[in-house]
Design a protein around this ligand. Sequence first.
Ligand code: NAD
Ligand code: TYD
Length: 341
Amino acid sequence: MPDFKHILVTGGAGFIGSNFCRYMLKRYPSLELTVLDALTYAGNLENFRDLKDNNRFNFVHGDIRNKDKVEPLIQKADAVVNFAAETHVDRSLYFAGDFVETDVLGTFVLLESARKYGVKRFLHISTDEVYGSVDEGTFSESDLLNPSSPYSASKGGADLLVRSYYITYNLPILITRSSNNFGPFQFPEKLIPLFITNAIDDIPLPLYGDGLNVRDWLYVIDNCAAIDTVLRAGEPGEIYNVGGSNERTNIEITQIILKHLGKPESLIQPVKDRPGHDRRYSISSEKVKNLGWKVRESFGEALAQTVLWYVENEDWWRPLKDKEFQDFYKLHYEDRETKDE
Ligand code: NAD
Ligand code: TYD
């Protein structure tokens, strides 16, 4: 198993990346981390407000597409974990080019640099969305990719490119494809934090279509543990699905959130469906379980803790629902205004 002294965490100022930094610094007392992040609307230095004084943690502001920024950082690192991406499906409907630019081209720049300078491991964070929707059954790592949105198609492109660097150049890559994460520090555009923060303010919860789409929810700390497991014990060239084994409909998630907050179901506002909306994601995680990983947090407990975290951290999320956020939602919800017939 490789011994890492210094890991470059790209996109580490976002939701999963910042949780991963916290997890790793606590778990490995001599490990050093450098975060490279462009601080897009989704990146936020407040996500590591508790790590500011940690002398094993460094932050560099920069874009993964910028080779001159990337190369010196990769030279210093034993491993790269790439979280950097445009990540919101709804935004990908309007700004598909940004997704191709960062998720595909950005990953390419990182791969080229890793190939030039060598790293012990290059772990790329992908998603279960690359498999596309499945009404019945469950995807394993050898299934074909069949993405539906510009987001998942861009992630799929990057995922294939990463694997090609193993096959062609023997770069020691690894890929995780996780299901939908939830937990603290998730930008309040995604289902769970959007609905919690809207409900706190008695703003309607826009539920797409019939609300029966299914996602497999995974607590972010369990995902961080899986990423750590794959980084240390995974086989180079291999892909690992990471699922929560916890498939729920969106309406079920919405009702649980409202119940925790003591808010009425009349806040639920059925709206027009998202174009290309995948019905159900489902993955098998047997392969990563064989490396010794398992889900540790109970879903009910983790969701309750997450709701409480947003209640107690209004100072973190209120500034994020700013004018830029409102402008996007105005555009987006004008398109979602009426319920499908
Ligand atoms: P996020 O949107 O919260 O964070 C993304 C981060 O990437 C931000 O800090 C942003 O500033 C940074 N970034 C964007 N473009 C960049 C660029 N060009 N250069 C450098 N940094 C850039 O996303 P997240 O939810 O933390 O997701 C992290 C990764 O995990 C993504 O690759 C995503 O596809 C994948 N993933 C997420 C989920 C989920 O449920 N959130 C599930 C499966 C996979
Ligand atoms: P989201 O958090 O955007 O993740 P993804 O689309 O990447 O799975 O959405 C999760 C589910 O919630 C998805 O089926 C779409 C649905 N959804 C709504 O019904 N309303 C909303 O406002 C949002 C953001 C999502």
